[in-house]
Design a binder for this molecule. Structure first.
Ligand code: FAD
Length: 347
């Protein structure tokens, strides 16, 4: 276990601590607060905040360097936000924030191939990729530098906060799935949907060529929980995740995968267990993913897990159906909005 601490001088430490506790509680973090000491458990460690007469003492425990960095960044940025306009100095002991982020890698394009009319597979190379080779966390955040400008990657200051980058040089950040990884060879495949109304992600993929650089941070997210029966539903953006989940299943796994694509030419050969049904939905046929999901009966007599990734409104409909019509318990489902019609993803 790694530990770090900082004593932050503040004019009104009680206000900052109260606001921090309220903020954490609003993000569904369980905070224990006795009026003087607050503590919370985060997925990667623990944070404790102690009120002193003219300061706030911060203590962090985490199992990994990147977990430590994440909690330190979270605490420091929020203390600075809630203390504003005061600008207290934050100096950590027990932790030397490295300038490069622990979960960040610079990656270089080594190959570009169109695998369907709308899907482009881009192979990237980078070093020290072991942390990304996990079946539990499938997605990464990709950093696309503005075209024609030298990449400026995120760095962390001595206070633990990510340093601001001039807007004209700031990379756009979007979430993508690692379709395939070979950490020993330092290779990663990402399948980019080349969609209409292109934003920085699909635009970058359209123009990508050998030698282009981008940043990759993570990994994050969750795959499907093991169960006797699985339902996997998604559109093209979730196709890389579904393909990866299917490949990782034991040979006797059973379930149904529903994947919506533009047309027949957008279907891909997916390896899957023999007892797993795969149905392609063509957008032109007009069925819609949520309607197709609604036709699938979730077996009550077997353990089950329902997973979906698609457009926001479809996901809302799917989630509502699983909860209200099928009675699927929260721990047995994961429905994630992968994009939202008419709205760019917030960087
Ligand atoms: C966990 C996770 C994993 C993901 N994995 C992948 C992946 O492996 N491959 C992949 O291609 N995408 C993936 N996505 C989806 C991808 O992040 C979004 O589609 C994202 O909006 C693309 O960024 P952009 O810069 O191209 O468009 P943005 O700047 O975000 O948006 C610009 C416009 O494009 C529209 N738009 C965005 N996506 C689509 C779409 N699919 N169809 C039509 N219009 C769209 C938006 O509504 C907006 O109007 C994933 C998303 C999440 C949350």
């Amino acid at each position: 276990m790694k530990t770090a601490s900082a004593v932050v001088p503040l004019a009104n430490p009680a206000f900052v601590l109260d606001t921090l506790c309220t903020h954490m509680a609003s993000h569904e973090l369980a905070v224990e607060f006795d009026g003087r000491v607050a503590s919370t458990r985060l997925p990667v460690g623990r944070a404790t905040m102690r009120l002193e007469p003219a300061s706030l003492a911060l203590e962090v425990e985490a199992e990994t360097e990147s977990g430590m960095e994440g909690i330190i960044g979270f605490l420091a940025s929020h203390v600075l936000e809630f203390a504003h306009p005061e600008r207290p100095a934050i100096r950590w002991s027990g932790f030397e924030p490295s300038r490069a982020l622990a979960d960040f890698r610079e990656m270089k394009v080594v190959a570009v191939a169109d695998i369907t009319p709308h899907m482009r597979r881009i192979t990237l190379t980078g070093s020290d990729l072991g942390r990304f080779a996990t079946e539990d966390n499938l997605h990464v955040r990709l950093f696309f530098p503005p075209r024609g400008r030298p990449p400026v990657w995120p760095t962390r200051g001595a206070d633990g906060v990510i340093e601001p980058v001039e807007p004209a040089l700031r990379p756009a950040v979007r979430k993508y799935t690692i379709r395939r990884i070979d950490a020993a060879k330092g290779l990663v495949d990402i399948d980019f949907l080349l969609h209409e109304d292109a934003g920085p992600g699909s635009d970058w993929a359209r123009g990508a060529g050998e030698g282009d650089l981008l940043g990759m941070a993570g990994p994050g997210g969750r795959g499907a929980k093991p169960a006797d029966w699985l339902l996997l539903a998604g559109d093209e953006t979730a196709l890389p995740a579904i393909a990866r989940i299917l490949e990782g299943l034991p040979p006797r796994a059973e379930g149904i995968a529903l994947i919506e694509v533009e047309g027949e030419a957008d279907e891909l050969a997916l390896s899957r267990p023999a007892g797993f049904e795969l149905h392609w939905l063509h957008r032109a046929a007009g069925t819609g993913l949520a309607a197709a999901v609604a036709r699938v009966a979730v077996p009550k007599d077997r353990t089950h897990f329902c997973w979906a990734g698609a457009e926001f409104a479809e996901i809302q409909a799917i989630r509502r159906h699983w909860v209200e019509e099928c009675g699927v318990a929260r721990p047995d489902q994961l429905a994630v909005s992968y994009w939202r019609k008419g709205e760019p993803e917030a960087s």
